[in-house]
Design a binder for this molecule. Structure first.
Ligand code: CA
Length: 169
């Protein structure tokens, strides 16, 4: 059974994630501040962490930075405020494996968790498409008209944000 650490100070969101993950066969632990999140993430007791950026005592960026400085390879999915591209970019550059903009659909979070736990599976569910453009969220490769293009983390995050909200300003 995969063990998921949930670092989220909003109780409503934390229990929403926790209930859903348990129903999907994961074991869970919830922490509500950054200091505890860092301590628990270092314990080796978990297979993945869902990390909110806005946490008391120490924010999610600081937690992530300390963990990566320690050499931790714990997969981390960052929860960011809706459409905050700066948060997304900073999270990815800070060593996050993936991110979820809030509010999110629970099914999408579970899909991303499964993907990070089993990186070889579910490739087909991780490709965003619009016209001739395709974005592979797993390999972070972008296809335009059949050609493959490599993007920086920042460019990729922007492209993903656009593809998730087609037609919006
Ligand atoms: Ca928060």
């Amino acid at each position: 059974m995969s063990r998921i650490l949930i670092a989220e100070d909003e109780q409503r969101i934390a229990s929403f994630i926790e209930k859903g993950l348990r129903a999907n066969g994961f074991s869970t632990e919830v922490v509500a501040d950054g200091v505890t999140a860092y301590g628990r993430a270092r314990s080796g007791d978990h297979d993945l962490m869902v990390l909110d950026i806005g946490l008391p005592q120490m924010d999610g960026f600081a937690v992530l930075a300390l963990l990566r400085r320690d050499g931790s390879t714990l997969p981390v999915i960052v929860l960011t405020a809706r459409d905050s591209v700066q948060d997304v970019v900073a999270g990815l550059e800070g060593g996050a494996d993936d991110y979820m903009p809030k509010p999110f659909k629970f099914e999408e979070l579970v899909a991303r968790i499964r993907l990070r736990l089993n990186p070889d599976r579910g490739a087909e569910t991780t490709v965003l498409r619009n016209g001739d453009l395709s974005l592979d969220l797993r390999t972070r490769q972008v296809g335009v008209d059949g050609r493959t293009v490599d993007l920086s983390a920042r460019e990729f995050a922007l492209a993903e944000a656009f593809l998730r909200h087609p037609g919006q300003v």
